[in-house]
Design a protein around this ligand. Sequence first.
Ligand SMILES: Cc1cc2nc3c(=O)[nH]c(=O)nc-3n(C[C@H](O)[C@H](O)[C@H](O)COP(=O)(O)OP(=O)(O)OC[C@H]3O[C@@H](n4cnc5c(N)ncnc54)[C@H](O)[C@@H]3O)c2cc1C
Length: 307
Amino acid sequence: MSFPDIVPNLKARMPELRGRLLANQPLDTQSWFRVGGPAQALFMPQDENDLAYFLRNLPAEIPVTVIGASSNLIIRDGGIAGAVVRLGKGFNDIVVEDGHKVRAGTAALDAHVARAAQKAAIGGLSFLSGIPGSIGGALRMNAGAFGGETKDVLIEARGIDRAGNARTFSSADMGFTYRNSNAPEDVVFVSAVLQGRPGDSAQIEGEMLEIKRKREASQPKNMTCGSTFKNPPGQSAWRVIEAAGCRGLTVGGAQVSDKHCNFLINLGGAKAADIEALGEMVRERVKAHSGVELEWEIKRVGVPTSP
Ligand SMILES: Cc1cc2nc3c(=O)[nH]c(=O)nc-3n(C[C@H](O)[C@H](O)[C@H](O)COP(=O)(O)OP(=O)(O)OC[C@H]3O[C@@H](n4cnc5c(N)ncnc54)[C@H](O)[C@@H]3O)c2cc1C
């Protein structure tokens, strides 16, 4: 499927645009689930000013979706209508600053930020080492693992809103909750400053290896987006899923992982619709079995394939 090509019109409205703007660009190849339709207009800005210019001049009726490393996204089979913003070069600098701080562009991968901190003997950021997303995704999701969470280390995030204005958010402004931020939905984050603490490189390296070991022991290696559902208050999502008999359940090419039953995996030929339907089936079975209403942690974006 493909969308009507809106790129020539957009380019005509934005003669000073410097980044790449492309029609009907496939997104499945970069999605961790390896599923999903195209972006109607994929924009990869060169820098913050270019992003602000694009957002300011984009007609109000065109929706904007920002994607990071797509490690927490089901991109639906019909693709994403409107503009899809993906940050890359120009947004991935990682700079170690005085006071055990790390300033990172939001396209930087969490793992690269953790590594930079380790090399600079900055502790407190090793939890990022095993999370496969970008700093932008970490800000939106309040990503966390092994006792660390983005909300605990964020000093300040910068972003550009839909009107093209630069905005700055303190950790409190971000309205962080478990795997969520209540920062305005329209903001595209462009950089973040994270606070670490004095540490020892060798010890941090050890922490990172331990995180890797634990992940390899408990998580599948298949095409997945990690934890599908948030842990219900006081419970583990995987336990209620297991108790409802969902381990190994399949829909089309999608399966509830045998290894970690809060992970859905693409066995090979899954469509986004299979994965989403499987997730909904798990929610229904868990509700029927234990009364628990599981809440999606994975974000679902885009349009289902038209019949
Ligand atoms: C194997 C595996 C293990 C995982 N383990 C963990 C874990 O331990 N802990 C954890 O928290 N998560 C985990 N995840 C989930 C995922 O890595 C995180 O949610 C991550 O923070 C998502 O980042 P991303 O760049 O991939 O964002 P995406 O998946 O691309 O997007 C997620 C959300 O962030 C928004 N977003 C992305 N970039 C920006 C930006 N620049 N500005 C504004 N919004 C933005 C998107 O619009 C979307 O709403 C795991 C995933 C996998 C595949």
